[in-house]
Design a protein around this ligand. Structure first.
Ligand code: 5AD
Ligand code: SF4
Length: 460
């Protein structure tokens, strides 16, 4: 290949921390390096280059990535010729100071400079390291695209950056201003994926519901005489029309975008799944206001009712922060009540962690570690009970499952995902293949997993 800069057939191992956006970035980096002649190596011990894609959203996420990087760098003495690099949000945030935190690091590229990685690694092997590149923060960059061959389910960026400026969140500082990719580019990427056999597309953005509200660029055939007032439902329709695409997801949501029109699209556009990740963060109006989330608990519940009215089988998942500055026991109780009322299928609970440079970091982090830990535990226990009860209600029902292949725990059984994004385990049959959509009748459940019997096949 003409692009190839790696004549030596080097191998690279990529380790990913953080959110789905980072998983997608790692896939794109992997595909880029493969185009440059690298081979991806699953086993870290055997790789020439180890690249850690980092997350910055909480202090603990950074500590994990820093710890991992220091270990891999320390291990370089036993592996002559190995180079170690970092990519992603923490690099974007720390800039060149990452070299002080991880002595012996060879290269680092921020979220805006992932496309520079092949040239950086070449330069490092040519003896010009260590190198750090974080580029311009405000640029309206197209995202680096690329997926592993044979992907059944792929993440596709639609919205880069974030303009919401929640008081606790470092994301706008590391991922830059909000920027919607032109629908044309999104659709071209989806068409290429579908042509290679990809069956499920997850459209990604920090607050995906803002898609296209600032810069609208639509390909021929999707133009309307009027400007699109609600571009996300239009994009769902356009993605749904791509031959081969059977399932569409989008994440993350924000209640302000859960309009009647989005609810209609979720109910009517073929392939749009019955699941939404809709981070609530808190159930207390006072805390939500200080977090600058732009809604009240009642606004949030109103959005949930609107969606559920259109899609009664909708599964909702959420993020919650415990121990935000000033969070009282009464605030915490309000969160517990909201989580029950919203009937979350699953929730990720995070202990508040001040991030330098965010507005909330200037406020006293006054909830003790013990209280944060207790609130975290209580919400997790509540969620386990709630998840189990909601799943029990599916016993005896038939769900449609996109088949992923043998289950990780027991290779005799197969696993897939329901439209509601739950793992479903079932006994395979010879006529069932990876990528099929099958019907499974649920027989027993855990808080996170459904077990059932194969009933039939709707797509192959
Ligand atoms: N402290 C704790 N949790 C945070 N999150 C974002 N910033 C912070 C922070 N400073 C959580 C939010 C977000 C998820 C990705 O991480 O719940 O939705
Ligand atoms: Fe952070 Fe808010 Fe943007 Fe989510 S929407 S990434 S919480 S600033």
């Amino acid at each position: 290949m003409t692009e190839s800069s790696n004549q030596s057939g080097r191998t690279v191992h990529i380790r990913t921390y953080g959110c789905q956006m980072n998983v997608r970035d790692s896939e794109a980096i992997g595909a880029l390096l493969v185009r440059h002649g690298y081979r991806l190596e699953k086993n870290e011990a055997d790789a020439d280059v180890v690249l850690v894609n980092t997350c910055s959203v909480r202090g603990k996420a950074e500590d994990k990535a820093l710890g991992k990087l220091r270990l891999v760098v320390a291990d370089k003495v036993t592996r002559p010729g190995r180079k170690v690099g970092a990519a992603g949000c923490m690099v974007q945030r720390l800039g060149a100071t990452i070299l002080k935190k991880v002595k012996g690091l060879d290269f680092a590229a921020g979220t805006h400079r992932l496309s520079a990685l092949p040239a950086m690694i070449d330069a490092v092997y040519a003896g010009r390291g260590p190198l750090v590149d974080t580029g311009e923060l405000e640029q309206e960059a197209e995202s680096l695209t690329g997926h592993p061959d044979g992907t059944l389910s792929a993440f596709v960026n639609i919205l880069l950056g974030c303009d919401r400026h929640c008081a606790y969140c470092i994301v706008p500082a590391v991922r830059g201003r909000e920027w919607s990719r032109p629908a044309e580019n999104v659709l071209a990427e989806v068409q290429a994926l579908a042509a290679q056999g990809c069956r499920e597309i997850t459209l990604l953005g920090q607050s995906v519901i803002s898609y296209g509200l600032k810069n609208q660029v639509w390909p021929d055939g999707y133009h309307s005489p009027k400007e699109f007032l609600e571009p996300l439902p239009r994009l769902l329709e356009a993605v749904s029309a791509v031959p081969g695409v059977r399932r569409i997801r989008f994440t993350s949501g924000h209640p302000s975008g859960c309009t009647a029109e989005l609810a209609r699209a979720m109910a009517e556009v073929p392939g749009v799944c019955d699941h939404l990740h809709l981070p609530v963060q808190s159930g207390s109006d006072a805390v939500l206001k200080r977090m600058r989330r732009g809604y009240t608990a009642e606004d949030y519940l109103g959005a949930v009712r609107r969606l559920r009215k259109a899609v009664p089988t909708l599964a909702l998942t959420s993020d919650v922060i415990v121990g935000f500055p000033g969070e009282s026991e009464a605030d915490f109780d309000a969160t517990r009540r909201l989580m029950d009322e919203a009937a979350f299928d699953n929730a990720f609970i995070f202990k508040y962690s001040p991030r330098e440079g965010t507005p909330a970091a200037a406020w006293v982090d006054d909830v003790t570690d013990e209280d944060k830990a207790r609130r975290n535990r209580v919400l997790l226990e509540d969620q386990d009970r709630r998840g189990q009860a909601l799943n029990e209600a599916t016993i005896g029902r038939e769900v449609s499952v996109l088949v992923e292949g043998p289950s990780l725990r027991n290779k005799e059984r197969w696993a897939g995902r329901s439209s509601t994004n739950k793992i479903v385990i079932f006994d395979p049959s010879e006529s069932v293949h990876v990528g099929d959509i099958v019907t499974v009748c649920i027989g027993r459940v855990g808080p996170q997993v459904l077990y059932g019997t194969l009933k039939g096949k709707s797509y192959s």
